[in-house]
Design a protein around this ligand. Structure first.
Ligand code: SAH
Length: 474
């Protein structure tokens, strides 16, 4: 280890910064965040730096650097483009035993600035000791996505209880167990869900019980998105990695499922058309049962759980049993398929609104209000409509939508075998009869479909009819 990581307490401490340009500004911002009193010496100081120092009780000395400026300083940073000056600052500081950093010149540094992940009071510094700063920054970016922002608040809350916990549990082991259950269990999840007060009451309760072991579990209703695992949210991934058990649907892609915690039990409760592996009431009951056993239950659904996902019903039954839950949105098929097919759902010239509609019709005479669906300037997106394709197209035309209106089927959107079929309301059923694009598939109807030809960017092209928008602009 060439450098020992240490954390400096700089609050109210005088620090000398030599240089007044953009680089000096970056360092000054960092120093100010830690509460240091920054003294800048330079012939010129940029306006932003001046403002920053104004606001943070810093000082500006316009003029020449000299060694005397180091006398009362605890750190010194040289951020000038004058190599000789930088070197002088280095030797003066070393002579006086003051830690010195010369920006971008490891040879002249007695300390280096790490890449920082700031979740104060939790702070992570990463350094490559000057060997590969870009690598350190890449690592930082990974950690940024992996460590929830709310760790700041969690750490602050933990701090409030430090003394009480010490007084309550005599042995180090008990204290460690207590903190582990607080920092990765329900208390932490409450903080992540923005419920700090409830988190604090929970800690107080746990302190009284003195037994951190058994408690009720929790359910995470998670949108697994359309299939491509890269479209998961950070939050979804984090909770999936905590699961004791995962109840998942048919639409959840194997690649997404693969990201759940290795030791979690994976239970398929999927619904396929006309074949429910587990009926809805059964799923509701399973969620309750596992949570009451104290497990962290992930309920993983395709797309977004609140869009044609019956997520609401599952939560109602949890609520009845006072089981805590969190809901994580996912990218719904309409968003995913339209973006991956290069079909914007709205467009200044063609569509000012978009409707998400279920195409699964209870009976053939249809419960949909087609008269309302045929209005111009809107995009229609039918979920679960593939089996009623002929009927949907025919009804839209019968109710006055022009047969030439562009329409598309996006099959297995975002998967590597995604297929897009574009046509018109009139021609789409016959083309699909020929192409037989498989489910899951989404039907998009509206002028915006004609943009696919230009904006398509993902996957292989299949059959497509050339389309000209019916209405080209306002
Ligand atoms: N909650 C889900 C929708 C569930 S309904 C969501 O928000 O996306 C199931 C329907 O979603 C399917 O019949 C199909 O129309 C659509 N769908 C889901 N994933 C899809 C995909 N990858 N490609 C195309 N359509 C999809």
């Amino acid at each position: 280890m060439d450098y020992l990581p240490l954390f400096f307490k700089l609050t109210e401490q005088p620090v000398l910064l030599v240089g007044g340009g953009a680089v000096a500004l970056r360092k000054a911002r960092l120093l100010c965040r830690s509460g240091a009193l920054v003294h800048v010496v330079s012939h010129q100081v940029c306006a932003d730096l001046e403002t920053l120092l104004d606001e943070s009780a810093g000082q500006i000395i316009i003029g020449e650097y000299h060694a005397g400026l180091l006398d009362d300083k605890v750190l010194v940073i040289a951020a000038t483009d004058d190599d000789q000056l930088n070197e002088r600052v280095h030797f003066d500081a070393v002579a006086k035993g003051i830690p010195v950093n010369v920006v971008d010149n490891p040879r002249l540094c007695t300390f280096v600035f790490p890449a920082i992940v700031d979740r104060s009071p939790i702070v992570i510094g990463i350094s490559s000791g000057g060997a590969a700063p870009v690598l350190a920054r890449l690592l930082r970016a990974r950690l940024e996505t992996w460590i929830p922002r709310s760790y700041s608040r969690l750490a602050e809350i933990a701090q409030q209880f430090r003394n009480q916990v010490k007084a309550r549990f005599g042995s180090v082991n008990h204290r460690r167990m207590f903190w582990e259950s607080v920092l990765q269990g329900q208390v932490a999840e409450k903080v992540f869900a923005g419920r700090d007060k409830e988190a604090i009451s929970l800690i107080e309760e746990k302190l009284q019980q003195g037994n951190p072991e058994h408690q009720i579990g929790e359910v995470y209703l998670i949108g697994g998105g359309p299939g491509d695992p890269e479209l998961l949210t950070f939050k979804a991934l984090r909770l999936m990695q905590q699961a004791d058990i995962v109840l998942y649907d048919a639409l959840v892609s194997p690649a997404v499922l693969d990201l759940c915690r290795r030791d979690a039990d994976l239970v398929f409760v999927g619904k396929q058309r006309d074949n429910h592996a587990v009926p809805q009431e059964g799923i509701n009951a399973l969620l309750v049962q596992h949570a009451l056993e104290g497990k962290r239950v992930v309920r993983l659904k395709g797309g977004d759980p609140f869009i044609f996902g019956r997520g609401g019903e599952e939560l109602e039954s949890l609520k009845q049993h006072n089981i805590p839950f969190q809901v994580v949105p996912g990218i719904t098929a309409a968003s995913a398929c339209s973006t991956y097919a290069g079909i914007p759902l709205t467009h200044r010239n063609y569509a000012q609104s978009v409707k998400f509609i279920t195409g699964q019709l209870k009976n053939r005479t249809s419960d949909l209000n087609f008269a309302e669906l045929v209005h111009p300037n809107q995009t229609l997106v039918f979920y679960m409509g593939l089996h009623s394709l002929d009927h949907l197209c025919a009804e839209l035309i019968a109710h006055g939508k022009p047969g030439s209106t562009p329409a598309a089927i996006v099959s297995r959107g975002t998967a590597l075998d995604q297929k897009v079929l574009t046509a018109t309301l009139e021609t789409l059923p016959a083309l699909q009869a020929e192409a037989q694009l498989p489910a899951p598939a989404l039907i998009i109807v509206g002028e915006v479909v004609s943009l696919h030809e230009n904006l398509s960017w993902f996957g292989e092209e299949v059959l497509s009819q050339n389309l000209t928008p019916v209405k080209a602009g306002h």
